[in-house]
Ligand binder design. Sequence first.
Ligand code: GDG
Length: 457
Amino acid sequence: MGLIVVSNREPYAPKRGEAGQLAWVPSIGGLTAALDPALQRSGGTWIAWGEERPEVGEVDLPQGAPRYRLKRLRLSEAEVRDFYYGFANRALWPMSHYFIGRATYQTSTWRTYVNVNRRFAQAAVESFRTGDLIWVHDYQLALVPRLIREALPDARIGFFWHIPWPSTEVFRTLPWDRELLEGLLGADLIGMHTDEYVAHFLSACRRVLGAETEGNTVRWQGRESRVVARPIGIEVETYEALAANPEVEEAADRIRRTLQTQILLGVDRLDYTKGIPERLEAFDAFLDRHPEARRRVTLLQIAVPSRERVESYRQLRAQVEGLVGRINGKHTRDGWSPVQYIYRGVPREELVAHYRAADVMLVTPLRDGLNLVAKEFVASSRDGVLILSRFAGAADELPEALQVNPYNVDGLAEALLEALRMPLDEKKARLQRLRERLRQSDLHAWAEGFLRELAGT
Ligand code: GDG
């Protein structure tokens, strides 16, 4: 029995070596780490948008010892604009994160979204062999389950929705609310990160479609779909090992020696859901209130460039950079600057060195499907404190973090003080309990568990 994975992003990207040869390099991210091993075990096909050039249509992976085939869909410039930047990132992303003021609902981008979803579905149907499991991922491809179902009525189809599922009042602002639900209900098993998202989804099925639900099951047009909360994990041991690697430790020491202060760390894609301006404001308020902390603490913010073609992301960048300048201008003294701002992605070893160097990790999104950074910090840190937004899906699983309301600037400033003053044994005890929980449901258990459930549905 083989596996077919359908996702927007590709698991490996082509890179040209100096001699012009093509190397396929694994993409960074949870999905590749979770599903590449699963596909290597079962064999099958991964269908994704072939974003990176050159435009190779199909390749067997991993290179040298191939176990499965990657089929790379070539999207035209107009498709990328309307399907990816347009409908997925200007309509579904803001709506799902409760930012309806930022959502743009346009019939033209919706049409492209439908057409591109059809192309992904068709590729899956062409790759299908009887008995294969099909697993489709995320909000870019919500219509794919139903489109596959129309061609393959008996296939086992799973879907994982990686971002929040909002309350029905918000979801119903989408002009294509019915179509989206019907698209997803082509799947037998639908996974989300939290019980709350599942409850909202079931409510939308009842209220928007008039479907019947019983427990976690939705009945619609003679079919049943099960909707379950299965939060994604991380490779805990990989992060522990990386963090203990002497070169990474040395890099962490370098970061500490350079700054010579306590370190608050933020690591996010530069996205308006991540609460970066609110975090900076809270740090400013903290420095105003506790002048004794000046020179003793630094906020190191790594902001990874993201979706720069979308206007609201460009505006956010300007806003964040303006705030960094204002706060540094106001508080800088004697060679110490309160905010260090890095606007680029860093290699994974360097990322883990930062986790290791941090006294306090600030994960304060206004809304986040889950948030893997919080989990990675827990697996990498030895004696740091995690401050975590109650609006991150991961909050359910990480109760020993200091949980905050990211909209409450004063509360966030208070939490900073509490974290910086926390006794060492309490910090260690909290981290240990958090880490034990992460170990119980790591990334591979997540992927294998979902596939087992799908096979059994
Ligand atoms: C979506 C949902 C959900 C970040 N900076 C660097 C870097 N990263 C890596 C982190 C982490 C990943 O990127 C970010 O994952 P998140 O979960 O925080 O956020 P999204 O990208 O928005 O992901 C989210 C997730 O899907 C999974 O379902 O948790 O809620 O929005 O793994 O380590 N990696 C490297 N350099 C960086 O500078 N190497």
